[in-house]
Design a protein around this ligand. Sequence first.
Ligand SMILES: NC(=O)c1ccc[n+]([C@@H]2O[C@H](COP(=O)([O-])OP(=O)(O)OC[C@H]3O[C@@H](n4cnc5c(N)ncnc54)[C@H](OP(=O)(O)O)[C@@H]3O)[C@@H](O)[C@H]2O)c1
Length: 223
Amino acid sequence: MKISIIGGTGGMGEGFALRWVVNHDITIGSRDAQKAINSAEQYMNTATSSYGNNMKGTIKGADYVSSSRDSDILILSIPYESIKLTCDSISNGIKKDCIIVSPIVPMERNDFGFTYIPFEKNMKSAAHLLAENLPDKKIVSAFHTISEVKLKNINESLDSDIFVCGDDQDSIIKVNQLIGEIKGLRPLYLGSLSLSYQAEVLTPMLLNASKKNKIKHPGIKLT
Ligand SMILES: NC(=O)c1ccc[n+]([C@@H]2O[C@H](COP(=O)([O-])OP(=O)(O)OC[C@H]3O[C@@H](n4cnc5c(N)ncnc54)[C@H](OP(=O)(O)O)[C@@H]3O)[C@@H](O)[C@H]2O)c1
């Protein structure tokens, strides 16, 4: 599968690229094509030295609009605030069957700790906003409760659940497969995209618990 990661120059994007290059061709998308090319080179070096001949894919970089054009899976690894502008730029070029994956968490910090913006300011969940800005596209919401630090450290063994929300069963099956390719991650279907806020809100909760109890990069596992 061709996987493009818009915002792939950030920490989460690096983690996705390093984990999935084992089996897939990855394109890092950035607002600045040269920045994407530089990140892709750096990730490719890390991946090659870790996986050697066991790696089937490659990582390249491009501007985010062209990176989105021929992808089968498009990860939007960008801040909540940039959803509308990004969607406006890419919506016409995305393939009909492309699956859009959102790890986006609308979050900010105040005097009390990290808070979930939609509850504080009566705004929409990231998934809801995406669905509005990419009508008729297949959107799956996932990866809110895994820390970028753990995701990009490919030598660290993971043991976490990933909550998945979406309305198209075929898309959910494909995203679940991708999650399953990352050893130690288990996909757990939460329900329709309209329930994505229940997964998104867990990120500020994890960060508050992490800070107050000095637990580094916590995740969630249901038992
Ligand atoms: N970090 C975590 O541990 C974690 C965990 C779970 C979920 N998430 C969510 O996953 C998403 C990505 O996380 P991240 O920490 O990798 O994010 P990030 O580093 O803040 O941003 C990722 C990339 O988005 C692009 N970007 C930044 N500001 C932008 C803007 N105003 N308009 C358009 N693009 C912009 C930048 O790429 P270019 O400059 O190259 O365009 C940046 O490298 C976020 O929504 C975050 O809430 C993060």
